[in-house]
Design a protein around this ligand. Structure first.
Ligand code: GDP
Length: 301
């Protein structure tokens, strides 16, 4: 249900156009595919993914001898799912440990990092886990206070230092606190200024070094947060982050705020990293584990 309402904008543009297309054409021909291509590109599915999909559809049309465009609708859904699933086998589960699990969040300012940490804290807490949050974005004005608001809202402790202090020192404190509380999960915020890749890399490396030293095997997840409303631009920023650090999963936020929800497919294809969660609103329970089938069927529901 959440998926369905969260994808409303994308559904209204993308699916309605596809529906209109399959009813307007009498047979599946070159013009049909050209229009379909435009619709898919308009939904930010990404050019290479679209080309791939169109090729596969053409093959399927030949193989099954499909004449009626309406018979293509379910094939399109199948192929979208297959494209997401294609290549490396991916899990959307968090890599949870028996002891302390450390999850690091990275991403540009404004993408919804802090909000996502708050929502995930709520989700994990609802599953019976004890959670601590680390206010590692000591740079952005208001970031620490914002995380504290989330901490109060969901009833989770936030470990912080003053604004401007060393993020690595905050991580050290947070890990000691998480260990002392025997917490299950530590969620770590980081700064998201993207002024230059070398600085970003250095800062993230320093934070990671502390985490690695204090908790062997950690961080267990590095989640890159991407704002779906920024489309292809967000994707190129995301690539910069991926070059700066190893990323284990993507959180795609604000999917409710865009008609271009096809970006999920472009991200999966171009980043080769699984989308683990999607943000479908600003409330506590608006974070969903990503499931490609639910997503694609949500688009056409
Ligand atoms: P940060 O700078 O990356 O930490 O970004 P914030 O967490 O402060 O989020 C920026 C804005 O995006 C805030 O107004 C959030 O409420 C909003 N936001 C975050 N996630 C979502 C989402 O999934 N859907 C919608 N509609 N808004 C979101």
């Amino acid at each position: 249900e959440k998926f369905k309402s969260g994808l409303e904008k994308t559904r209204n543009s993308f699916s309605e156009k596809v529906n209109d297309l399959v009813f307007r054409y009498r047979k599946v021909d070159e013009d049909f595919f050209e229009e379909l291509e435009e619709i898919l590109i308009g939904a930010d599915v990404g050019v290479t993914t679209v080309m791939d999909l169109i090729d596969q559809l053409k093959e399927e049309v030949k193989r099954r001898n499909i004449q009626d465009p309406r018979d293509l609708q379910s094939v399109i859904s199948e192929k979208l799912i297959a494209i997401y699933r294609g290549g490396e086998e991916f899990s959307n589960e968090l890599n949870m440990q028996d002891g302390l699990t450390v999850i690091l969040f990275v991403g540009v300012n404004g993408v919804g990092k802090t909000t996502t940490i708050g929502k995930l804290a709520y989700k994990l807490k609802s599953e019976g886990k004890s959670v601590v949050m680390a206010a590692g974005d000591t740079f952005r004005a208001g970031a620490i206070e914002q995380l504290e608001v989330w901490g109060e809202r969901v009833g989770v402790d936030v470990i912080k230092q003053n604004s401007g202090s060393d993020p690595a020192a905050v991580m050290y404190d947070a890990i000691q606190a998480a260990k002392a509380r025997k917490a299950d999960v530590l969620l770590c915020d980081t700064a998201g200024r993207l002024q230059n890749k070398v600085n970003l890399m250095k800062e993230l490396e320093k934070v990671k070094r502390v985490i690695e030293r204090e908790v062997p095997g950690a961080p267990h997840e590095v989640l890159l947060v991407i704002d779906a409303t920024t489309g292809q631009n967000g994707l190129s920023q995301a690539k910069t982050f991926r070059e700066a650090t190893d990323v284990s999963g993507i959180v795609l936020t604000k999917l409710d705020g865009t008609a271009k929800g096809g970006i999920v497919l472009a991200i999966r294809k171009e980043m080769n990293v699984p989308v683990k969660f999607v943000g479908l609103g600003e409330k506590m329970d608006d974070l969903q584990q990503f499931d490609p089938e639910q997503y694609v069927y949500g688009l056409f529901a």
